[in-house]
Design a protein around this ligand. Sequence first.
Ligand code: UDP
Ligand code: MG
Length: 331
Amino acid sequence: MKLPAMQMHDVRKVASPIRVPDLSFVIPAFNEEENIAETIRRVDTEARSLVRSYEIIVVDDGSSDGTFQHAKAADRDVPIQVIRLSRNFGKEQAIMAGLEASTGAGVVILDADLQEPLCHLASMIQHRAEGFEVVYAVRAHRDDEPYLKRLFTRVFYKLLNLGTEASIPEDARDFRLMDRRVVDALCELPERNRFMKGLYGWVGFRTKAIEIELEQRGGGKSKFGFRGLLKLGLTGMTSFTNWPLRVWTLIGMSIATLSIVYGLWIVAKTMLFGIDVPGWSTLAVAVFLLGGVQLISIGVLGEYLARVFTEVKGRPGFIIAEIHSHIEAEG
Ligand code: UDP
Ligand code: MG
């Protein structure tokens, strides 16, 4: 199934400027009409002072508000390309759409909600010049988040890292500067269930973390509620671990061993002291417990199977509806 590759090719053709820009900025945006214009303005100002040439790629992830119009309305002298996806495919896919369209020698990913402090761009570029192919931002602290969310995050990353070859840092942001080689490696991965934080780590390369303080969200509210995070978490787990599948062998073996010991004990007891009638409660508990354990294990299997199913169907991760570009006009 070659569809995504074809799409990538098409996008590049449209985007392709005469020179390769020093930096591409990839900005996924979903219902960010209050922030997108300001984000573009700030990125443009910052980029102008940092590099000779750059391009800004805004991916409108199926917004239902005026995000696309606001992004398109950027000044003519801003080298911008706005890609509108045909519906909301999720942040991970929006990032991929942007990465595939990007042509820069380095690529910066950042959110469209003004949370990322752009003052760190200079030091990111500095680190890249020192030979780090990936410079990513980590949050210095998560004090602004509720205790329960922090706890869940911690447990999630601990479980996630139990099974991965490349460890996935807990507080890493999508805000990062990556070398073209890293971006190409990411774009070549064929999988559709994408958990970017895992993939960044998986592709490797020399990486450097820098600490940042997140700023307040501009307008609007966070797009990741409990359900969104749960969905992302499941994608992360199923695409980066095998242990939830395997652990059932161990649990099954332990329960079987315990049952055999218990069975032997009952036989011995019956032979020594005669038949003892009560015991239905033990039976009931055992039946319910085992039923529960089996259902959980089938559920876990189902989660993995569902991912296999989406991969096998081979549908593209996103569909581009429309591209608006100032870059072509410049080139
Ligand atoms: N986003 C997106 N598609 C989605 C959800 C979010 O492109 O389905 C974008 C969103 O517009 C923002 C970035 O991803 O630019 C981060 O989202 P948000 O600020 O809601 O997440 P948080 O900062 O709360 O983790
Ligand atoms: Mg945000």
